[in-house]
Design a binder for this molecule. Structure first.
Ligand code: FES
Ligand code: FES
Length: 214
């Protein structure tokens, strides 16, 4: 009997294809894009969708300037291939505000003057939005005391904020005011929750490195 070839994966691109069509839900709006498989989520946002609020810093997963939320989880968009995010919901800095006005974090950054050049700020804001939800959901950080009840919301002390934001660098050194601004936002009763889902988590590089903002 002749050996039979494996049937092609109906869900995947044909053999040899270099481009695929995917749907990215960006800030609540579905976008159908045909992209080269090498296109990062960052370039899909900036080049293909014209959403230039998300910044390209190192393009190597080191600085956090490109941080967005993917299904509620913060991620370095320069490390994600857009075609791996088919069906995912992305939130960029352009999507943090709503019809009622700026996100409480945006208000707090303005009140605290928590930036200088502003290049890192979109990434700081998206990272902080994801971080607030992680803490509220009880995810511990490296500095969370062992005495905290597992799964209980984690109090965001200045040390917790510094540790959890350590993947977002600021070359202007605005760290003290960034920590203060995020601290202000944690007490804001109107801070909208960012829903976490498990969709696509396998493709997400969760932000947060070993550096410590000070
Ligand atoms: S541009 Fe993505 S981490 Fe620096
Ligand atoms: S405000 Fe300039 S890099 Fe952070």
């Amino acid at each position: 009997m002749e050996p039979t070839a494996s049937p092609p994966d109906a869900a995947g691109p044909p053999p040899g294809a270099t481009r695929s069509t995917v749907t990215l839900h960006v800030n609540g709006v579905p976008h159908r894009l045909t992209l080269d498989h090498r296109t990062t989520a960052l370039d899909a946002l900036r080049v293909h969708l014209g959403l230039t609020g998300t910044k390209k810093g190192c393009d190597h997963g080191q600085c956090g300037a490109c941080t967005v939320l993917v299904d509620g989880w913060r991620a370095n968009s320069c490390l994600l291939l857009a075609v791996a995010l088919d069906g995912s919901a992305l939130t960029t800095v352009e999507g943090l505000a709503d019809a009622d006005g700026l996100h409480p974090l945006q208000h707090a950054f303005m009140e605290r003057d928590a930036f200088q050049c502003g290049y890192c700020t979109p990434g700081q804001l998206c990272s902080a939005a994801g971080m607030l939800q992680e803490a509220a959901d009880g995810h511990p950080s490296h500095v969370t005391p062992d005495t905290v009840t597992p799964g209980a919301p984690v109090e965001l002390t200045a040390d917790e904020i510094r540790e959890r934001m350590s993947g977002n660098l600021c070359r202007c050194g605005a760290y003290p005011r960034i920590v203060e601004a995020i601290g202000d936002a944690t007490a804001h009763p109107a801070a909208p929750p960012v829903p976490h889902t498990v969709h696509g988590i396998g493709a997400v590089s969760v932000n947060g490195g070993g550096r410590t903002a000070s």
